[in-house]
Design a protein around this ligand. Sequence first.
Ligand code: PHE
Ligand code: NA
Length: 438
Amino acid sequence: MAQRESWATRTGFILAAVGSAVGLGNIWRFPFQVGQEGGAGFVLIYLLFIALIGFPVMLAEFVIGRRTELNPVGAVKQLAAGRFRYAGWLFFTTGFLILSYYSVVAGWTFRYVLLGLQNDYVADVAGAEQQFLSVASGLDAVLFHALFMLAIIVIVGFGIRRGIELAVKVMVPAIIVIMIGMAIYAFTLEGSGEAYAYYLSPDFGYIGSEWQNILPAAAGQAFFTLSLGMGVMITYASYLGEDRNLAEDGLIIVGFDTFIALLAGLVVFPIFFSAGVNPGSPGAGAVFVTLAAAFGEISFGGLIGAIFFFTVAIAALSSAISILEVVVSYLIDEHGMDRLSATTIISVVIFLVGLPTTYDIVVLDLYDKLVNDILLVSGGFLIALFVGWEISDFAIDELEQGIGDLGSWGIAWLWLLRIPAVIGLLVVVLLGISGYYD
Ligand code: PHE
Ligand code: NA
């Protein structure tokens, strides 16, 4: 059998993981969740989930991946005895489902780049809504969904070094630089002060009365944005040849992702407020409708909008390739398929699974809620339970490879997984399930 692939450099691994993390989750989903869940209170709880549960779970995924050098399904099967053996399948299924609609939303962003270049954003919200519906449904949506899948087939088809690593080296720095530029631009807009207040000062009364919704939403968002709970970080860590400091790498990845999410809020909310559109309009389409309406309003909006959506589009690309890599690595490792056929065949199936979401945005909202409020947090729950309780002795040992003795930090990591992550995520899953049927 051919030798398994690996990253060429440490930066390559970090950039790929940052590229996976930073995506639609930060720039599209985060602002609409903030708008829907009442502003800064949501942001606060989200940050707590990132630090106390997301980061430890990320390290847990790294440990599984680096130890086994396998895809998530194979990795879990190798390490687990008994009841955990099949958990990897949950990751596989979730990845499948995420990519199927992620690609559709990414397709919209490419459409919005073109609309901006033609200076075609519609200034009023009702008109922007009409425009959005024509972008997000029917043949246009299908076509751009197909084009996006094609783009990631090409990148993933070229493999770890010549495909993914090369792509993220260009894309990730570009995303960071443009987003910083955008935030500076947004700061100069009229109404930015009001926007910052909405975005940054929490309303504790609202948290108190709405926690049943805010908790699962914040946890789901934390997992989605960090690419956790479905094996991306297991997969990417499985391509680490040598031992390096995973805690440090994890901090860098979490740091960049959080930075870009918070920055996206600093970009999007001032644009909303300056154009006088309501940030609280719910649903997956809201960010597109409101942003396009705002870009239709402000001067040079077409060009600025095109740059903005282009950034979102490349952020989506660098994330989507990581999701595809999870399923592809499974087919390569476990079924001995060659990379190109695995990538192509599975992409066609994923394309088909995504089609219903182009029929009606309501279906897309359902996919998105199922993935975020239930599947990713269930995956995170299983990982915390597994690493925290089942394989804890060698998990610490594995994390210490490349770091040295972690002392009480290692113990703290384990106990964060064992209690807050396990219990918190269990509660969140139950709330998410009950909320799903509301
Ligand atoms: N983290 C990505 C984003 O924020 C989405 C993603 C989720 C990627 C799960 C991989 C796995 O857009
Ligand atoms: Na993210």
